[in-house]
Design a protein around this ligand. Structure first.
Ligand code: IPD
Ligand code: CA
Ligand code: CA
Ligand code: CA
Length: 263
């Protein structure tokens, strides 16, 4: 398999899809909700996903596509080549802010992440990586991440963690957000993963993410030495949703062992 050719192909699809999304703001966008009133989807999420699925099915019929809006394949194993695609990660931002959303894509071979892409569409910023070949922000190579103490760290965490919830012990999380330098919440898991990989934030934690939210970002994160696991400390499984944490080296163990207690 020629991964360089697949890499060039994937990048050109991403850029074409990004253009479609930017152009979509010139016409009316149809908004629907899915599981609940705040779980939003638009015709553009669907159109971008079907654009990828149709192209990949035509040009690589043996590859599988796992994607959010239902145009891809249902898989029960990670054998072969699997594309994990989120056509728009941060749909709420896409609708409300018209920025701060990304196309997220990971290409895995027999369960191993080989290529990863996060494209911040409105900023025209592409974060990408190939396994063992380094990670890039546009054409600039991203340096290896260095250790940062918690006191100097900015943590990507959503306010729902400190509201009463059935997943985690709130007191510990309150201690974590009090001890770190600051917190941020961008509303796109992919962008938050890209920000950890490029050193803009130092950790990102989520209670529930789908494979298409994280598959591309994990490949990028690993190339710069970030540590990405579920909240049990093992590789997130990509056949269903999972908890998630990604940090610079050094912070992962401390946050998981001292501050995150799952109920
Ligand atoms: C969502 C975003 C959000 C995260 C949610 C995801 P979507 O993806 O990444 O930041 O908190 O868990 O589902 O639905 O906008 O693709
Ligand atoms: Ca969604
Ligand atoms: Ca998503
Ligand atoms: Ca999405």
């Amino acid at each position: 398999m020629n991964l360089n050719a697949i890499d060039r192909y994937a990048k050109s699809l991403i850029k074409e899809a990004g253009h479609k999304i930017r152009v979509s703001f010139f016409s009316t966008i149809d908004i629907d909700s899915k599981a609940d009133a705040n779980d939003l989807v638009t015709n553009i999420d669907r159109e971008v996903e079907s654009f990828f699925v149709e192209r990949v099915k035509q040009d690589f019929p043996e590859h599988k596509m796992v994607s959010e809006e239902g145009y891809g394949d249902k898989i029960t194993s990670l054998d072969g080549v699997v594309w994990f695609l989120d056509p728009i990660d941060g749909t709420m931002n896409f609708i409300h802010q018209r920025r701060n959303f990304a196309i997220s894509l990971g290409i895995y071979v027999d369960g191993v992440g080989m290529l990863g892409y996060i494209y911040d569409v409105m900023r025209d910023e592409l974060y990408h990586a190939a396994k063992d070949e380094g990670a890039y922000f546009n054409d600039e190579r991203l340096p290896q991440l260095e250790i940062t103490p918690l006191e100097d760290a900015i943590i990507g965490i959503n306010a729902s963690w400190v509201a009463p919830n059935h997943r985690v012990e709130n007191e510990k999380i309150i201690e974590l957000v009090t001890r770190c330098r600051g917190t941020r919440s961008y509303g796109s898991a992919a962008i938050e993963l890209a920000y950890v990989s490029s050193g803009r934030i130092d950790a990102y934690i989520s209670m529930r993410l789908a494979p298409w939210d994280i598959a591309g970002g994990i490949v990028i994160a690993q190339e710069v030495g970030a540590v990405a696991t579920n909240l049990e400390g093992v590789t997130p499984h990509l056949l269903g949703s999972d908890t998630f944490i990604v940090t610079r080296p050094g912070l992962h163990e401390e946050i998981l062992s001292k501050y995150i207690r799952l109920k």
